[in-house]
Design a protein around this ligand. Structure first.
Ligand code: NAD
Ligand code: DAU
Length: 334
């Protein structure tokens, strides 16, 4: 049995990743190290919490002391832990530096001090900046982050690369496009639209709504990361994408149609500062070298996602009324 240390496993992608690993692979056990920030929600993992191959450890990756409490027999580290919301980084960037850069550096130091098989840094296509109408981001596209969140993720990527080159930490970096699916915190466009539409509230669309994102189902992302864990060549960067480019306004309309809600809920609001125009991922490398491709059809995946939020309205309510935060209070009290 091999051990994967997942950081940030109580968040959106991390929790989906843990569920994916535990239900598809017998040969791994998972330790989830999470600080349960506003974005961390242990109820995302309710169905696996009694699994003998799963263990939760409360801790902050930007605090070096946490690593003394971790078991030494870790085979893989996958770093999902991050401050992940662009709008928050525009309001207050300091915590992005602390968690995303210092936290990653601490993890790399820890990886050096124990002998691991692989360190995977879960990065983002945002490190490449913004595209015009044409072209796609490849792994050799220059780093050109435009907001404090993507600047912190790009910095972390540079540290990962430097620890691989200088200290021979066996590392891969994955850079994925926008994820959608269950358990996404409702500050992000898709769950925010669903939540507000269900409550007949206005949907804020930034600028004229023509910005384009390239969407991938979170389970395809999880499978991509496992592919890199098992087959990725040490030192390489792999882009992961879904090949589903859509303008924000059309995405919002499609969700409203599915919910039988009127388009006049849409409210065009002031644009996000430094708003990246378009993301599009060229994922030929992971496809050709590691035989991975996205499997989940966007239309179907979006329909199932909308249905999931409708079926799990209590999950959203617990976030809205703040009751999900009660779980973390016991850890903060120690
Ligand atoms: P999220 O905000 O939903 O979850 C982040 C998790 O990290 C939470 O559980 C939080 O409690 C935890 N965390 C935050 N600070 C921590 C700290 N100091 N120590 C330990 N845990 C901490 O984020 P997400 O959307 O699931 O994204 C996960 C990762 O994937 C991030 O690194 C993000 O940059 C990257 N990514 C996200 C997307 C996307 O579309 N959401 C796309 C590409 C890459
Ligand atoms: O591309 C990968 C990135 O995708 C990840 O690295 C980030 O962690 C993740 O948050 C996401 O970033 P975006 O900024 O693209 O996602 P967000 O859901 O915040 O916004 C998607 C688009 O919708 C973007 O163009 C801004 C717009 N938007 C967003 C919100 C929250 C709106 O128009 N209205 C909104 O209320």
């Amino acid at each position: 049995m091999e051990t994967i240390l997942v950081t940030g496993g109580a968040g959106f992608i991390g929790s989906n990743f843990i569920r994916f690993v535990l239900s598809n692979f017998k040969e791994y056990q998972v330790i989830n190290l999470d600080f349960l920030t506003y974005a961390g929600n242990l109820s995302n993992l309710k169905d696996v919490e009694t699994d003998k191959k799963y263990k939760f450890i409360f801790g902050d990756i930007s605090d070096k002391k946490i690593f003394e409490r971790l078991p030494k027999n870790i085979d893989y580290i996958i770093n999902f832990a991050a401050e992940s919301h662009v709008d928050r980084s525009i309001q207050e960037a300091g915590i992005f530096l602390k968690t995303n850069v210092l936290g990653t550096l601490n993890l790399l130091e820890h990886a050096r001090s124990i002998s691991i098989k692989k360190f995977i840094q879960v990065s983002t296509d945002e490190v490449y900046g913004s595209l015009d109408e044409t072209g796609k981001f490849s792994e050799t596209t220059n780093l050109s982050p435009n907001n404090p969140y993507s600047a912190s993720k790009a910095s972390a990527d540079l540290f990962v690369n430097s620890y691989h080159k200088t200290h021979e930490v066996p590392a891969n970096i994955t850079r994925c496009s926008n994820n959608y699916g269950p358990y996404q915190f409702p500050e992000k466009l898709i769950p925010l639209t669903i939540m507000r539409a269900l409550n007949d509230q206005e949907i804020p669309v930034y600028g004229d709504g023509t910005n384009i994102r390239d969407w991938i189902h979170v389970e395809d992302h999880a499978r991509g990361i496992m592919t890199v864990l098992q087959k990725g060549k040490i030192g390489e960067i792999y882009n992961i994408g879904g090949g589903n480019e859509i303008q924000n306004i059309n995405l919002v309309k499609s969700i409203l149609s599915q919910l039988n809600k009127p388009f006049d809920l849409i409210s065009f609001v002031e644009d996000r500062k430094g708003h990246d125009k378009r993301y599009a991922i060229d994922f030929r490398k992971i496809h050709e070298k590691l035989s991975w491709s996205p499997k989940i059809d966007f239309k179907k995946g979006l329909e199932n996602t909308v249905q999931w939020y409708k079926n799990n309205i209590d999950w959203i309510r617990n976030i809205q009324d703040g009751s999900y935060l009660k779980i973390r209070e016991q850890f903060f009290k120690g």
